[in-house]
Design a protein around this ligand. Sequence first.
Ligand SMILES: Cc1ncc(COP(=O)(O)O)c(C=O)c1O
Length: 401
Amino acid sequence: MSGNGSATDLSRRALALEVSPTVAVAQRAAALRAKGEAVLDFSVGEPDQPTPRHISAAATAALEAGQTRYTPAAGLPALRAAVAQRYRKDFKVVFSDSEVAITTGGKQALYLACQALLDRGDEVVIPSPHWPTFSEAVRLAGARPILVHTQEKDGFQVTARLVSKATSPRTKAVILNSPNNPTGAVIDPEDLLVIGDMAQRRKFTLLYDDTYARLGFGRDGGDVLQDLRQAVGDRLVVLGTASKSYCMTGWRIGWVLGPKPLVDACTALISHSTQCPTSFAQAGAVEALTGPQRFVQELCAEYRRRRDFIHAAVAALPKVSCVSPGGGFYLFPNMARYLGADVPTTLELARRLLEQQRVAVVPGEGFAAPGYIRLSFARPLDDLHEGARRLAAFLEGLREG
Ligand SMILES: Cc1ncc(COP(=O)(O)O)c(C=O)c1O
């Protein structure tokens, strides 16, 4: 027997993996639900609507037609073309089909890009608060995440100045996520272009996660992605997914867009790990990307209505401040003024909110932002009304307690 002699003699890599502190709340919420309790769950990061019928029908038809075999590792040619075309139509940015690899969800796109790009000793700048998978994917590739903290008073804006200060000669990549999970902040196009220029001059890659790009509430970002590609060239890698804008979280279809050598490296990694994304899920994704797009606009309009309601309701609560998200479906209110000897952390605040009011939220600790909570408004408006009522009652109890 080797190592410490235990039957589960895990690698350093596995031992270093941080289990999210949010898991405890999610597990408790699931346990309460299993007991039949009416838990209002605002912790989930997925749309509440089902996948549109025409998409499911395309996948079913593919299944029935026998599309049940391996596909090419980089994905079905029709899907690679559909992704490239969607970006051309939506963002006017041009990637050729051979600069697209289809992945098993956006998570795998990030994982593969990190494995293909990063070496031990490399640094990756990540504006924070951030989605925890960014830092874990960087660590899993042996590199070091360098967190750069955005501020609530600035609307959690990622500025070129902030990014510049965090870069060093070891910077191999900068991860940008716009609209951001969890803050909902959208990067200003001017800052984005300055960061792009920096990437070109200082020779780092921009890993641009646009998971929530089609769920933006502001003015249309125009041609910023195209301008960015022109500024950055082959140092721009776009990580995307069908999960959120097409209500396809369980389908596990995402993509990497970038220079061919990187896409080929990702494809080689796919060929030795998952082999390919699920064949009939890819057929559904072709329909999602090439079929009618009105659904996405309606989804976005619906989230905007929900954002307007929940932001106004939460921002009006005593001692709570809250930036209005510019896209996506998360609200990230500051609860710090409720913390003290009795409730020392937002981890504890979230635990009590669940115990006392049966409301599940994600504590900010999960996003390197203690003092905040993340509340998903990808829930029906009635739930949001009731959730806001319960949150108000809970906070009133804290003030009196
Ligand atoms: C910022 C961000 N990127 C990527 C993803 C990946 O989504 P999926 O793996 O479902 O495609 C998520 C999911 O929550 C996300 O929030």
